[in-house]
Design a binder for this molecule. Structure first.
Ligand code: SF4
Length: 316
């Protein structure tokens, strides 16, 4: 995950919950992709603080550093070494066909793409294969990158000697949670609820959420399936969903009450995290220690893989 600072509900639903569930089933590696963050913005002013804020959110959400190392990409130099070797095994034409890159260029309105941005799936292949990852939990938009990783692994194994598995993408169970304006949830669009937001802020933000435009006042029949508050109920208040649907469709339920009820369920869901965050924010040395330990563990695995890579290639 790129260190974008404090995380929001979209990160929780789209990734974190999934990772917490997987950590007992698999040996996980949780990468703070700080080099990746530079592909679209080379400014490093906030990168350290953002990494720390994100780590606090990871720990508060229940990721266990004893089970899974958590580490910064920039602190394990083998990532860049493997990236360089892998970059010889793929053509620029193949990378230019990457549909995720095309989407990013469009969404970020980029006029030019840097050499590093074009090659970021190659860096990502290095991130995965350095730890011989065979399962990668991803959203659907990341599947093209897993395919590139598989191609690179295959190419390396054929060219030199089998060192790498061909990883599979494991699609995240839940659909994306929309932002409060109905668009993709994103900090830059200002439509998020942060995992660290206090209850009053959550209530205020929820009040601004877009609902069915045809339901202007209580008494008007609404269409819950096009209302994003209903999507939040589905996720955070599933027990009351049939009743809310009925009340919305008949008009008996008003949006103001419905939103407040929804906000209260989001607040309740985030409450255990809030308590843990308060602890970690007071014990930042412990958080930094978690990173140091994670980096030590990850580095050992990365060095071992690079020794195998060099041996397979006959380069010392
Ligand atoms: S009553 Fe609830 S579900 Fe229906 S439109 Fe209003 S906020 Fe959405």
């Amino acid at each position: 995950m790129r260190p974008t600072g404090k995380l929001h509900l979209g990160h929780l639903v789209g990734a974190l919950e999934n990772w917490v569930g997987l950590q007992k089933e698999y040996q996980n590696y949780h990468l703070i992709a700080d080099y990746h963050a530079l592909t679209t913005n080379p400014d490093t002013k906030d990168i350290e603080q953002n990494s720390l804020d994100m780590l606090v959110d990871w720990l508060s959400a229940g990721l266990d550093p004893e089970l899974s190392p958590m580490f910064r990409q920039s602190q394990i130099k083998e990532h860049t070494e493997l990236h360089l070797i892998f970059s010889m095994l793929i053509t620029t034409a193949r990378l230019e066909r990457n549909p995720t890159l095309k989407e990013q260029v469009r969404d970020l309105e980029l006029e030019n793409v840097s050499y590093g941005h074009l090659g970021y799936p190659v860096l990502q292949a290095g991130d995965i294969l350095l730890y011989k990852g065979d399962v990668v939990p991803v959203g659907e938009d990341q599947i093209p990158h897993i395919e590139i990783t598989r191609e690179i692994a295959r190419r390396f194994n054929t060219q030199y000697r089998r060192v790498f598995p061909e990883p599979e993408g494991k699609i995240t169970k839940f659909a994306r949670l929309p932002g409060l304006d109905g668009k993709r949830m994103s900090k830059s669009l200002g439509n998020t609820i942060l995992l660290s937001d206090l209850p009053e802020a959550i209530k205020t933000k929820m009040k601004s959420a877009v609902t069915d435009p045809q339901k202007v006042r209580k008494g008007d029949p609404g269409r819950p399936d096009i209302c994003l508050v209903f999507a939040y109920h589905n996720k955070f208040n599933s027990a009351e969903v049939p009743e809310i649907r009925k009340g919305c469709e008949s008009g008996a339920l008003g949006c103001v009450d419905c939103k407040l009820n929804c906000a209260n369920h989001v607040i309740e869901a985030l409450s255990p995290m809030r308590e843990k965050r308060a602890f970690y924010e007071k014990h930042l040395d412990q958080v930094k220690g978690t990173l140091e330990q994670g980096e030590k563990r990850a580095r050992m695995v990365a060095q071992q893989t690079m020794a195998e890579v060099r041996s397979a290639m006959g380069i010392g």
